[in-house]
Design a protein around this ligand. Structure first.
Ligand code: COA
Length: 155
C-alpha cells in the first residue's frame, strides 16, 4: 500500500505551523523564524487557502493557493503559491493528492482557471503539474534585488 492511501489532506490551522516548518526544512528553507511568521500571516489572509497532508498525525506535505477575481472574465482564478512534500516522502503520490485537493476545491466553487508556477528546470514539479492537466504554458518573469533592511508588513 502506498503511503498516500492513508493520507489525510485538510486545511491547515495555527497548530500546524511547526509541522509545516519541519517539511520546509527538508527542502529549501533558509530562515525559519521568517517562515514561521509568514505562515501565521498567510493563515490570517482572506482568500488564501492552506492545506496540509498528514500521515499518522505528522505533516508530510503542504500546498496553498489564493483566489482573486478575474477582471477580463466573469470568474475567479486560483494561483497555487507553494507545494512542498517532505523529502523522505517524495515520489509516493503525496504531491498528487495535494494538487487533486486544490483542483477539487477550486471546481467546487466554480473557479475556472488555476495557475501554477515553478522554475524552468524543476522537472519533478513540471511533470506533476502536466500529469494533472496543467498544460497551457505562460512565461513568468521575475525581478530580484537585494532585500531592503527595513522589512515592512504593509505592501
Ligand atoms: C514537486 C513535488 C511537490 C512532487 O511531490 P511528490 O509527492 O514527490 O509527487 P508524486 O509522488 O505525487 O508524483 C507525481 C508526479 O510527479 C512527477 N514526479 C515525482 N517525482 C519525480 C521525479 N523524481 N522525477 C521526475 N518526475 C517526478 C511524476 O510525473 C509523478 O507521477 P508518476 O509517478 O505517475 O510518474 C516534490 O518533489 C517537492 O516537494 N519538491 C520540492 C519543492 C518543489 O519543487 N515544489 C514545486 C513547486 S515550487
Amino acid at each position: 500500500m502506498k503511503p498516500a492511501d492513508n493520507l489525510v489532506v485538510r486545511e491547515a490551522v495555527n497548530q500546524d505551523v511547526e509541522g509545516i516548518i519541519r517539511v520546509f526544512k527538508t527542502t529549501y528553507l533558509k530562515d525559519e523564524s521568517w517562515a514561521r511568521s509568514a505562515l501565521r500571516r498567510l493563515l490570517a489572509t482572506s482568500n488564501y487557502v492552506m492545506l496540509v497532508a498528514e500521515l499518522g498525525g505528522i505533516v508530510v506535505g503542504y500546498a496553498d493557493y489564493y483566489v482573486l477575481p478575474s477582471i477580463w472574465e466573469k470568474w475567479n482564478e486560483a494561483t497555487v503559491n507553494y507545494l512542498f512534500v517532505h523529502k523522505d516522502y517524495q515520489g509516493k503520490g503525496i504531491g498528487s493528492k495535494l494538487l487533486e485537493e486544490v483542483v477539487k476545491r477550486a471546481d467546487k466553487v466554480g473557479i475556472a482557471e488555476i495557475h501554477v508556477a515553478t522554475e524552468k528546470g524543476n522537472e519533478q514539479a513540471i511533470r506533476l503539474y502536466k500529469k494533472h492537466g496543467f498544460l497551457k504554458e505562460y512565461v513568468l518573469l521575475e525581478r530580484v534585488r537585494e532585500p531592503v533592511h527595513q522589512l515592512s508588513e504593509n505592501y
